[in-house]
Design a protein around this ligand. Structure first.
Ligand SMILES: Nc1ncnc2c1ncn2[C@@H]1O[C@H](COP(=O)(O)OP(=O)(O)O)[C@@H](O)[C@H]1O
Ligand code: SF4
Ligand SMILES: [Mg+2]
Length: 338
């Protein structure tokens, strides 16, 4: 039986915009087990980073409702001092934008050294230095002794991201949240970084939340996948199920637009439009309905709930069994299927 590391229950994260709260994360229920990679996918603006920040307790002005259990303890609204202890030691995060994570006034070596010192004061200064240099080496930084003495602005974006990764894994966290960690990096470095994340999972039994829009990375790294749309999880399942048997129209549209195993392109169901801004989300009914105008209006008046359709496979859609893309309807007409 998989051991639960993180259990998120009915999480709602709302931002105040003018005089009203709007939920960027709405009714999210998710589990991350030890020794597993849970990938979170979804278009830009779906709430992936807002979810990651909620787990890490990094929102300063958001309203957080629901539960975030880390090893059974609710950390959804705990005191900052307690979270500071957890962050960096038990939980690490790789941010989408490395600049937000680094102190511009501090040398690289000192920043990583401080992250280690905060949670482990048994090492001598020289042992700490050695550990930092090893970490820099591990994330593929050439001349680590030299980079140790540099400041963030002296490094390229890719190098900075590697420093952020070195900091996040410095204390071998039990839970690592990686928010689009390799977007800014070239392919070789990307695969080195992904290997590091895999090592953390295998060697430390860590649980990893990997936010990415790269389905190749999902296929290579993930054990399970959660698909997010407009603040909600619309489908969760193991990685094979989602690639081979996606059920929610949004997942089908995302996963059908990649090359298939035969090296050809599957039929593309490209869904037009973008994720609406928080203030413009549908107030009732299915949030995805405005993106699929060809379906019968009566079919999406109800707000769908995430429900289990097969063991471990959850879908938030009331009518996926009857749902068809326009191309599928045309094909059926062509073949005389009624
Ligand atoms: N601090 C904030 N205040 C107001 N709205 C926010 C804030 N942070 C994010 N949002 C909004 O929440 C939604 C989700 O954003 P985000 O979590 O960054 O999406 P993603 O990471 O999936 O691209 C977007 O509509 C974004 O504009
Ligand atoms: S519930 Fe209906 S409108 Fe919503 S995603 Fe499913 S098919 Fe589309
Ligand atoms: Mg983001």
């Amino acid at each position: 039986m998989a051991e639960k590391l993180l259990e998120i229950k009915n999480l709602k994260t709302s931002f105040r915009i003018r005089d009203e709260y709007h939920a960027a994360v709405d009714d999210v229920t998710l589990t991350v087990n030890k020794n597993e990679v849970l990938a979170i996918v979804g278009e830009s603006g779906c709430g992936k980073s807002a979810l990651a920040f909620s787990i890490m307790g990094l929102h300063t002005r958001a309203k957080i409702e629901g539960n975030i259990l880390f090893k059974g303890e609710d950390i959804a609204n705990v005191a900052p001092s307690k979270l500071n202890k957890l962050r960096g030691k038990n939980m690490g995060m790789i941010f989408q934008d490395p600049l937000t994570a680094l102190n511009p006034l501090m040398k690289i070596g000192d920043q990583i050294g401080e992250a280690i010192l905060l949670h482990n004061n048994t090492l001598s200064k020289s042992q700490r230095r050695e550990k930092v240099v090893n970490l820099l080496q591990k994330v593929g930084i050439p001349r680590p002794e030299h980079v140790f003495e540099q400041y963030p602005h002296e490094l390229s974006g890719g190098m900075r991201q590697r420093v952020v990764i070195a900091t996040a894994i410095a204390n071998e966290p039990e839970l690592l949240i990686a928010d689009e960690p390799t977007t800014a990096l070239d392919v070789t470095i990307q695969s080195q970084i992904l290997d590091l994340i895999k090592d953390l999972k295998d060697d430390m039994d860590s649980g990893i939340v990997l936010i990415t829009h790269d389905l190749g990375v999902v296929a290579e790294m993930a054990d399970r996948v959660a698909v997010m749309y407009a603040g909600q999880i619309v489908e969760v399942g193991d990685v094979l199920t989602l690639f081979e048997e996606p059920l929610h129209p949004y997942t089908r549209s995302l996963f059908n637009s990649i090359p298939n195993a035969h090296g050809t392109q599957d039929k593309l169901h490209v869904i037009q439009g973008i994720v609406p801004a928080l203030q413009n989300l549908p107030r009732s009914g299915c949030r995805f309905a405005p993106r699929i105008p060809w379906i019968d209006e009566a079919a999406h008046e109800e707000q769908p709930i995430l429900h289990e359709v097969k063991p471990g496979h959850f879908v938030r859609c009331t009518c996926y069994k009857h749902f068809k893309f326009p191309e599928e309807t045309k094909e059926e007409q062509h073949h005389g299927v009624s």
